[in-house]
Design a protein around this ligand. Structure first.
Ligand code: P70
Length: 474
């Protein structure tokens, strides 16, 4: 008999988590203004809000924490991180930052100006936020297949090369400082980009003499998918694939809270010394001196170790396998999910789940709230609330996909937890027709509103004019 899969680690330390009652949760979520970010973590049983900074570090990472060098300048931890980045990505220059969006802030301060266009494959919301904050425009050139959850396509994170070329050909090139490729593409559902697509983007960028930047938060997961799905890569190691991927980029931003398996941290890396010098100015201004950039020495050590661990095949097989395990369970229960399954999360199609709820009532947020009430499981809306308003018209933007994301922290939950989550969602699915009241916004921030939005349940008996949304800006 073939031996079943088993994790190549055992658990040395445990952290208690607590179940709650439905009555408690109904009260807590109301007090939290129907925003899952406002819950206290102890009010959550299984936390799938994000896989960002929530993973379990290894014994080696913890021991690296003890070896951290906290010198202000030139610490050995900085050099450890520099060497790891060079070895894993091939980039010669790097700047530490406190997290991914800080890397975006520093790099875009150097590279993006008002009126610019930044084409890419469904930019992540912080990336888009940093572009729009500078009065520039993120141009989404993702392939159409990315936005139909039932289409099977091995690389839904790809850009449509024709769309991309049109943007480059039809606009003044000095307005397009770079192309950004998000690997894997979070917005499309944790979907990978193929090596061929990265190569084609590079060729196009060379033709138009533009730079290519990778938003690399989940670069190792992307490499795993290339190994499994793209012809010619099955016998290559993850590290070889990663090196080839980055060979097509001029630089990268990184949220180390994902594929460097640390609780906090980020960085920018690049080929070009000139770009490094320019970005250094902003790094010092916003993050700290260039040899720590908002990170403690111990965190840089753990990060360096994390980069080695995440590029091990066994690590990725375990991680992506657990995500797929949840996806398979949900499919078995008939729950509509984005396919193929993403690398870091399962994305539930809320429009298919709650087809009777209008988009104006935020079906994905409504579903995430119901899942919390059902079982204390915290997910996150990746839909209309997260998409923010159009910066010019201030109208709600309705993205192609209205999703609830169940993000799986790395090495944190067991398959029993996953079974629990799957049944919780099945129970909500079984009573979906009774979920007839969505949500309305009471208060929202001008950008990245999903973090702080305040909502209330629409009571259809009380108010008939549901489309008349009242909201206050601050
Ligand atoms: C997530 C978090 C962060 C991220 C990312 C990509 C592809 C940059 C960043 C920014 C954000 C999040 C979303 C919902 C709930 C909690 C947190 N993604 N690029 O979970 O990096 O967070 O380090 O500033 O996915 O996907 P950072």
């Amino acid at each position: 008999m073939k031996l079943p899969f088993a994790e190549e680690y055992r658990i040395k330390m445990v952290e208690p988590i607590r179940k709650s009652t439905r009555e408690e949760r109904l009260e807590w979520i109301k007090t939290a203004k129907y925003n899952l970010f406002n819950l206290k973590s102890e009010q959550v049983f299984i936390d799938l809000l994000t896989d960002s900074g929530t993973g379990a570090m290894s014994d080696k990472q913890w021991s690296e924490m003890m070896l951290g060098d906290e010198s202000y300048a030139g610490s050995s931890s900085y050099y450890k991180m520099k060497n790891a980045i060079k070895e894993i990505t091939g980039f010669d220059y790097f700047l530490p930052t406190h997290q991914g969006r800080a890397a975006e802030n520093v790099l875009f301060s150097t590279m993006v100006k008002e009126g610019d266009l930044i084409p890419g494959n469904a930019h992540f919301d912080t990336t888009k936020g940093h572009i729009e904050f500078r009065k520039a425009t993120a141009v989404d050139c993702a392939i159409a297949e990315a936005f139909d959850t039932s289409i099977q396509h091995p690389f839904k994170g790809n850009v449509d090369i024709n769309k991309l070329e049109k943007v480059l050909a039809n606009n003044s090139l000095d307005k397009i400082p770079f192309i950004i490729m998000t690997i894997t593409c979070n917005t499309a559902g944790g979907q990978p980009v193929s090596m061929k697509n990265l190569k084609d983007v590079r060729a196009l960028a060379d033709k138009y003499q533009r730079k290519v930047i990778f938003d690399s938060a989940r670069f190792a997961e992307n490499a795993y998918f290339i190994k499994q799905r793209e012809e010619g890569y099955i016998n290559k190691s993850i590290r070889e694939i990663v090196r080839e991927m980055f060979s097509y980029a001029d630089g990268m931003t990184m949220s180390s809270k994902k594929d460097a398996v640390v609780n906090i941290g980020g960085f920018i890396a690049m080929k070009d010394e000139e770009l490094f010098n320019q970005a250094s100015v902003f790094n010092i201004l916003y993050e700290g001196f260039i040899t720590y950039g908002g990170m403690a020495g111990r965190d840089m050590n753990a990060l360096a170790q994390g980069l080695y661990e995440v590029t091990e095949f066994d690590f990725l097989e375990n991680r992506i396998g657990q995500v797929a395990y949840l996806g398979d369970k949900l499919k078995e229960y008939g729950v509509p999910v984005q396919e193929p399954f993403g690398g870091h999360a399962i994305f539930v199609d809320a429009v298919k789940f709650l087809p009777h709820l209008p988009r104006e009532e935020f079906p994905a947020q409504t579903l995430a709230i119901e899942l919390y009430i059902e079982a204390g499981v915290r997910a996150v809306e990746i839909g209309t609330i997260m998409a923010d308003r159009d910066p010019v018209t201030r109208e709600n933007r309705y993205p192609d996909l209205e999703l609830v994301r169940l993000a799986i922290p790395r090495r944190t939950y067991t398959d029993n937890h996953i079974d629990y989550v799957a049944v919780a969602l099945k129970n909500v699915y079984d009573r979906r027709e009774k979920i007839t009241n969505g949500l309305k916004i009471l208060k929202e921030a001008p950008v990245l509103r999903h973090f702080t939005v305040e909502l209330e349940r629409i009571n259809k008996e009380e108010s008939v004019s549901k489309s008349h949304l009242e909201y206050a800006h601050y």
